[in-house]
Ligand binder design. Structure first.
Ligand code: ATP
Length: 305
């Protein structure tokens, strides 16, 4: 089956004004985003994320390579029909009301008046803005504007939602609301592609990520696999001296802190043997945790490599 998004050696080279310098904003990127997945495109400022999205949406012409949306060449107008898009730093006119703005965009997408009225009601309920539908946008908070922006992107029930920094500038409560909304859409089979530098948000939400660095894909994979642990961390209290010596010899790392012995083990078998020895000696286990990396750690390792 065709992927939701597939790019083949997609490349964009900008030339400086005097054509002396080339900027390879996106450099030979081949990515596949499966249908129904939530995919995060990460990267430091200037990595090429926005240029990549603009090429998918055909607002920037690739220098080389190609991209398809649900199997259709992204340069064809029909390929853009199934896409709902929330740009970064959108600017909706402050004098419009929430429902007026949605009506304007729905009319632009060609919906008739009856369908617009019904859909706007549904979307305002979905994003929790029914009570503020008649309020002018100048009075909306950043979080409310982002939720309204999402409603705009969802107007024609898109199969692919492309969101550029959807949680940027939104407080933790608003972020949670956005996350819950997106989870609801994911359950309904919508493919969600997010451009973001908010790594903790992406980790909470996306199943797969790609890290762009200087225009190239530096890392791609499932979030669970990229952050998977490579060992266990065990801490125990009141460990007799002789047992401590033995455990230190077995562990890959060890430290004593606040009356606790903290040990790192590379395998499940090793940590289980250590637990058996500790419990047989009457010691109390304080904690036992798999040592996973955060997405931020994976990201830092990748971009600093
Ligand atoms: P950010 O996170 O800051 O939004 P980004 O990852 O989205 O960054 P892009 O905006 O795609 O990165 O920019 C990638 C590179 O291309 C940067 O070096 C940028 O300066 C350059 N660039 C982007 N648009 C143009 C343009 N229209 N003309 C020339 N250079 C450009």
């Amino acid at each position: 089956m065709d992927a939701a998004i597939e790019t083949y050696s997609l490349t964009k080279v900008y030339r400086s004004l005097w054509r002396r310098r080339e900027i390879r904003a996106v450099d030979d990127v081949s990515l596949r985003v499966e249908r129904g997945t939530t995919f995060g495109l990460l990267g430091p400022n200037g990595a090429g994320k926005t240029t990549f999205v603009k090429m998918l949406l055909s607002s920037v012409r690739p220098t080389a390579g190609s991209a398809s949306i649900f199997g259709q060449d992204c340069r064809r107008a029909e390929a853009r029909r199934p896409i709902g898009y929330l740009p970064e730093n959108h600017r909706f006119p402050a004098y419009m009301t929430g429902s007026g703005m949605l009506d304007f965009y729905a009319a632009l997408s060609g919906m008739d008046a009856g369908s617009r009225r019904r859909r706007i009601g549904e979307l305002l309920a979905l994003v929790g803005l029914e009570k503020w539908a008649g309020l002018r946008l100048g009075k909306y908070s950043k979080g409310m504007l982002q939720r309204l922006g999402l409603a705009q992107a969802l107007m024609h029930s898109p199969a692919l939602l492309v969101l550029d920094e959807p949680s940027d500038g939104v407080d933790p409560v608003g972020r949670r609301q956005i996350r819950e909304m997106l989870h609801g859409l994911e359950e309904r089979g919508v493919t969600i592609f997010i451009n973001s530098h908010l790594l903790a948000e992406v980790e909470l939400f996306c199943r797969e990520v790609a890290i762009l660095h200087r225009g190239k894909v530096a890392l791609v994979g499932k979030v669970k696999e990229l952050t998977a642990g490579n060992g266990y961390s065990l801490s125990a209290a009141s460990v007799p001296e002789r047992l401590e010596e033995e455990l230190r010899a077995r562990a890959s790392a060890a430290a004593s802190r606040d009356g606790l012995l903290e040990l790192q083990f590379a395998s499940r078998q090793q940590v289980n043997e250590a637990v058996d020895l500790l419990r047989a000696a009457g010691c109390e286990i304080e904690s036992l945790l798999p040592t996973a990396s955060t997405l931020e750690e994976v990201f830092m390792r990748t971009v600093n490599a």
